[in-house]
Design a protein around this ligand. Structure first.
Ligand code: ZN
Length: 229
């Protein structure tokens, strides 16, 4: 019984030694291939990088497609999957086009007004311009501050927006999702009559209800009613 246990222990030890030897050999192989960092292994399909992200140094790797080098650092120029060719040591980023785009500063977004407060209008972003029907990574509600509504002074937000309006806006910052409608093509794209709930039509720079004749004020986009985003 005691003997059997000893034998088992020996076998286990031998197995551990084998594994240790294998690990040693493998790490030696990696060293021979130019100190390729495990994080950048071509087998790592899930390694996503973002534009500007640091991905390696020119001492170790050669910058390829989808990368740029600055001093000795290599960065990604696009969102995609990081790849390292172990033979040539070329590091590249393959754009992942079906990856949902993220909202970025200066993006033009389409949204609907979900709230009009004293100093901010709350917007639910529904699409990013030029991204078509592709989804995007939702961020929660965005806001247009009273100071970013138009070039001229904005006195009352409820004279510029109403809940349910479809708007086009530019992204000012993504940390607190601030938008602007200050440019002439930005602002309300579609609005409904408060009484009749039908689309207001543009009539001499004013929005007028074709049914009851009610005139409503908005920060109107120059693309109002055209359906052009
Ligand atoms: Zn009406």
């Amino acid at each position: 019984m005691v003997k059997n246990l000893d034998e088992e222990t020996n076998e286990t030890e031998q197995l551990e030694n084998d594994v240790a030897e294998e690990i040693k050999t493998k790490s030696l192989e990696v060293d021979m291939q130019g100190k390729v960092n495990d994080d950048f292994s071509e087998d790592d399909e899930t390694k996503f990088v973002m534009p500007g992200e640091f991905i390696g140094t020119i001492e170790e790797l050669k910058p390829g497609v989808g990368t740029f080098s600055y001093v000795s650092d290599i960065h990604a120029t696009t969102t995609g999957i990081l790849r390292v060719d172990k033979k040539s040591r070329i590091i590249s980023v393959t754009p992942k086009t079906n990856y949902p785009p993220t909202i970025a500063v200066n993006n033009i977004v389409i949204g609907s007004v979900v709230g009009v407060k004293e100093s901010v209008v709350l917007i639910e972003i529904v699409a990013i311009k030029d991204e078509g029907e592709r989804g995007f990574q939702k961020t929660g509600n965005a806001a247009i501050h009273v100071s970013n509504v138009k070039d001229s002074y904005c006195k009352k937000l409820d004279e510029e927006f109403a809940v349910g309006d479809i708007i086009k806006a530019k992204v000012l910052n993504i940390d607190n999702m601030r938008l602007s409608t200050a440019e002439k093509e930005l602002g309300v794209m579609k609005a409904q009559c408060y009484n009749c709930h039908i689309a207001l039509v543009l009539d001499d720079n004013k929005l007028k209800c074709p049914q009851c004749g009610r005139v409503e004020k908005r920060k109107i986009s120059s693309d109002y009613g055209t359906g052009i985003v």
